[in-house]
Design a protein around this ligand. Structure first.
Ligand SMILES: Cc1cc2nc3c(=O)[nH]c(=O)nc-3n(C[C@H](O)[C@H](O)[C@H](O)COP(=O)(O)O)c2cc1C
Length: 193
């Protein structure tokens, strides 16, 4: 499985990158898995302004940076989206990036991972409403981090030992979610052939 992990925040003082690194470490334990980090900071796309909706525009000419993002997403079997919650939703930079896609996530599984002062539940629920627009399949198990990320995950993506050992904590939720994601990825990859 070629697994992409999108970092859904571009703030200078962001913590989403810590969460993404934590996810990447756990994902490396999955069998036959290559992990690709997709940092939206590396894809500074303009606000989407194409004349026609991408799915109805087979000859679209898109912004070159957006094209790189589109191509990397198209190369994946599965995607993890790491997003903060901003004003009761997910980040606008992430919405802008998603609006550039046409069929790159069609019939592919997406794992949602959110964090925020209240755990990011509304960011998750809004993404669950949006991703069907791209024909993606979301894993029913989402990962929500209710603790302040800066207090529990260091800059290298290491979760604190005590919280890691909690059988009901985020590490076990993530492990189970990624195992599910691999299951969906294998099932859907074989069905897409
Ligand atoms: C503009 C803004 C709005 C926010 N709104 C919410 C919110 O509605 N709900 C929530 O749980 N956290 C909210 N937060 C807290 C962020 O989710 C939290 O600080 C998160 O760690 C930010 O992720 P980042 O550092 O990767 O950008 C908000 C933060 C910002 C900057």
């Amino acid at each position: 499985m070629k697994l992409g992990i999108v970092i859904g925040s571009v703030r200078k003082e962001r913590v989403s990158d810590r969460v993404a690194k934590w996810v990447a470490k756990e994902a490396q334990n999955l069998p036959d898995t290559e992990v690709v980090m997709i940092d939206l900071l590396d894809y500074p796309m303009p606000f989407f302004d194409e004349a026609v909706s991408p799915q109805y525009n087979p000859k679209r000419e898109t912004d070159p940076t957006a094209k790189k993002f589109i191509d990397v997403i198209g190369s994946l079997d599965a995607l993890v989206i790491v997003t903060p919650e901003y004003n009761r939703s997910y980040s606008s930079v992430l919405k802008n990036a998603l609006d550039y896609l046409d069929f790159q996530l069609q019939k592919k599984p997406v794992q949602l991972v959110a964090h925020g002062s209240t755990g990011g539940a509304q960011a998750i629920s809004h993404l669950r409403a949006v991703l069907p627009g791209l024909a993606a399949v979301t894993n029913p198990t989402a990962v929500m981090i209710t603790d302040r990320v800066g207090n529990i995950i260091d800059e290298e993506g290491e979760l604190g030992e005590e919280i890691k050992a909690n059988p009901y904590g985020p590490q076990s939720t993530l492990k189970a979610a990624l195992a599910d994601l691999k299951w969906y990825s294998d099932a859907l990859a074989s069905a897409r052939k």
